[in-house]
Structures are given as structure tokens and as C-alpha cells.
Design a protein around this ligand. Sequence first.
Ligand code: GLA
Length: 386
Amino acid sequence: MQNLIEKFSACYGLAPIAAAQAPGRLEVLGNHTDYNEGLVLSCAVEQKTAFALAPVEGSLCRIMDFREGREMTFDLADVDGAPPRDGSKYIIGMIRELRRYGLPAQAFCAGLESSVPLGSGMSSSAALEVASGLAFSIAFRLNLEQDPAVIARAGQGVENHYLGVKSGLLDQFSSLFGARDALILSDFREAAVTGSAQLPPGYAFVVINSMKKHSLVDSDYNSRREDCESAAARLAEMFPGVTALRDVTPEQLAAARAALPWREYRRAQHIVWECSRVRTAMELLRDGDVRGFGKLLFESHESSRLNFENSSPELDILVDIARHTPGCLGARLSGGGFGGITIHLVRAARAAEYAESVCAEYRRRTGIAAESFVCAPGDGAMGYAI
Ligand code: GLA
């Protein structure tokens, strides 16, 4: 953070008045359950985005991206138009969302730095939304940092209302509420963190990026959400007390099989069982049963592949390699899917060696050079007045 503040001062010749940092996230278990009011086990990662700002006169906003030494600019008069192509869209989106909490139409200059790899499936966009939201809140005294869930909702609003992705709250939530060395359990009916767990000592997550994303990720994401909502509406008519897929028990779903369109049945199957796997995972982690936990990761992937159809040939290859590589206890796709990343639960002492061996085999089978990281759960977001 100190580094960013120094670069900011050197670049603009003035000091920032507020700064914030927000980490990327890893979805550990509970895939597409967030917008079904369900449960997710996730963590913040150590890679983070930092954002600092100072108000200036006029209407031109400047954001220096110190990663690339590139400046993005926009005029406050234009924020109601279509989103730009560069990363300033996340910041413009936050400005639009935070207006309703009193954000003034005040120009600023800002600086940003990030170690969250872009497009890596670790939610670099949510990290930027959360970091800029916290910094705006502090700089303009909106006091939202007292109720961080509001910042999470504003970030979700950017995706839902401005960028057209009907995503849930998971990414922003994990970035805000993640905690060092902890996996957090979030309940998206209550929009609250309701528990936490730890990996037993000696185990770690390796993230391996398939380096492939197919071109219609956003529309596929939205269509999965529509399937889920349609299935939930049908099930709500059959079973009193059901308002979202999170409420449906495996028994109810089995009883409704013939009454649901086949595709919706399989989508619901994924969500209902993911929620159940998250509950089981909490028990297994409490008991230190890391093998049992790993099996749930494999099961989750299998359900993505067959029921939710949000896997891809490359993700399937990575998980297949994982199954046949010694030292791996479980692996699955993580995040929205349709490409992106896989996470692998492995013995920490051999994590680097494991990653190297999976990447080598992946390259042999696909010709693709994958990126990998050993990931440790890191701190949640923080903001500072300067
Ligand atoms: C993306 C979305 C999240 C969540 C995951 C899948 O990361 O942004 O809201 O739905 O996919 O669990």
C-alpha cells in the first residue's frame, strides 16, 4: 500500500486522501449456489488490488494503472453511457451504484495496482469493485465501510445492472469477509458469513488455469441462472416453504423428477447437492477428514460436468489428470465455469512439484501452457483514510 501511495504522489504531485486493498477470491465448494440463496465455502487469496484516490476540480477523472503504466480517463458527464472496454468500467459502475448512498459528483485522480491475475478466475473485477468502493466510501464519508455488505451489493450491482452478468454476491463477499488462513462459509439467504473452517495443517490449494474461456461465458452464466429460477418456481408450486433451490431437499427433488423439464431437473440437482456437499464439508473439516473433503471436490466437478454443464473439455482434462496424479485429494472447476480455473487439494510440501507435473501433462494432452499458483487464504479487504 505504501508503494502505491508513493507512486500516486510521484504521478499526480499530490497525496491521496483514501486508499483500500481488496483480495481476489477462490470458490472452494458450492458452485452457482450463491444466487440460489445457498451456501458457499470460499476464501480470499493473498493476491490483491489496491486503489487510492484524491478529489480534484473539474469533471475529468483519471485512473493510473501502475501495473501497465497506462492511464484511463473518463468524464463524470459520461458515466451514464455504455461501459468502456477497459478496466475503468468497474470504477464507473461503482460510481453509478454508490450515488444512491450519497457519492457526490466530484472528480478525482486515482491510482491502482494489483497482483490478482486478470481473467484468472480469481475475481480480479470484484477485487477492483471492492477496493474502489471502500476508497470512495472513506474519501467521501459515505460510511459504508461500517456495513461492508452494502459495498458487496454495490459491486454485484455493477455486474448485474451495468455489465449485464446476473452474478451473485460470492465474489465481492469473499473479498470483503475473507480472513487469513480461513475458509469462510457464507449463507446467501442471509447474506452473512455463518461459519469458518480450516484446512488441516500440511495441505494447500493449487490453482491451475486452463487458459481457455469460451466466448459466450456471460450469456451461458445468465442462462444457467434462468434455468435455476425456473426450476425453483416449479418446485415452489409443489412444495410449501420452497422459495429458492436452497430450500429443496434431495428427497423433494427426487419426487419432482418427472414434473420438471429434464434440463431444469439436472440444474436443480447440481444446486441441491452442492448445498448438501458444503454442509458435509464443514463437518468433515471440523473432524480433520481431509480425504473425505477432497472426494467432495471431485463430486462437485462431476456434477458440474454432467448436471450443470458448466465445465469444458480443458477443465475436464485437468481434473482427470488430478485424479491420476499422486498427492491430489480432490479437484474441481472453481467459479462460473465454461473455462477458467480448477482448484486442487494437495499436500503442501509437494504442492509446487504437483503443479509442475499436472501442467506438464496438460501441455502434453492439449498443447496449452497452463499457469498455476499455490494459494493460501489471505486477509479480507481493508480501507484507510490517509
Ligand atoms: C461467478 C459469479 C459468482 C458465482 C460463481 C459460481 O464467480 O460471479 O456470483 O455465481 O460464478 O459459483
